[in-house]
Design a protein around this ligand. Structure first.
Ligand SMILES: Cc1cc2nc3c(=O)[nH]c(=O)nc-3n(C[C@H](O)[C@H](O)[C@H](O)COP(=O)(O)O)c2cc1C
Length: 189
């Protein structure tokens, strides 16, 4: 039995980086909202590599991550193999604060699928006190809009990214600012 609160996870949606593996053994990572309601975990996943991997291998690991660069990179590009480590042949992120591995049951939809997640194993790697920082939170918001911008190319998303960038520049750490630079580089490429 996993003590969810030990992972800082409460009812609502926690933003994690989900790691999965392809049939060819290629690890993948992408930010996904981990829903918790009535002691049940689930995710709503649009058609993506993450969904393809879950459909072929019904396992996923929710990596609890506080690295803004990794959020941007995994949302908009591939994460290099060196950033993963393998536990029982399944990839998790080396820099995660902790991870929860799940068995997945997928209800496939046309564009979006609902995945029910049953925890099977978990590990806490680092315990940290993390004060609320608007800069880090703004990187996460900007990255959500960036994932929409790269698909839909609408100005409204760029406007939102620019708005959140002003908060990152005012309140963020150097790591947050480096993550925003990566975000702009990736959406322009
Ligand atoms: C904070 C955050 C939360 C996200 N949550 C979800 C989600 O719950 N479901 C989803 O399908 N995409 C979500 N995304 C978008 C995916 O991460 C994005 O589409 C990604 O490129 C998918 O990568 P993949 O093709 O490697 O799986 C989220 C992005 C961010 C930045």
């Amino acid at each position: 039995m996993i003590d969810i609160e030990e992972f800082g996870i409460h009812e609502g949606i926690s933003e994690v980086i989900l790691s999965t593996i392809s049939p060819e053994g290629v690890p993948n990572a992408a930010p996904i909202g981990l829903h918790l309601k009535d002691i049940k975990f689930s995710a709503r996943i649009y058609n993506s590599k993450t969904l393809d991997n879950i459909l072929s291998n019904q396992t996923a690991a929710a990596n609890i991550v506080d690295d803004p660069f990794l959020f941007v990179q995994s949302a908009l590009a591939d994460v290099e193999r060196g950033k993963f480590e393998f536990t029982d042949k399944f990839p998790v992120l080396k820099d995660a604060l902790g991870w929860i591995m799940f068995d997945c049951r997928c209800r496939k939809g046309e564009n979006i699928s609902v995945v029910e997640l049953s925890p099977v194993r978990s590990k806490i790697l680092k315990r940290k006190i993390v004060p609320v920082n608007r800069g880090f939170n703004a990187v996460i918001e900007a990255t959500v809009h960036a994932t929409r911008f790269v698909v839909l190319k609408e100005q409204q998303y760029l406007d939102k990214i620019n708005y959140y960038n002003t908060i990152v520049q005012k309140c963020g750490s150097q790591g947050d600012k480096d993550a925003m630079k990566l975000l702009f580089d990736l959406i322009r490429s």
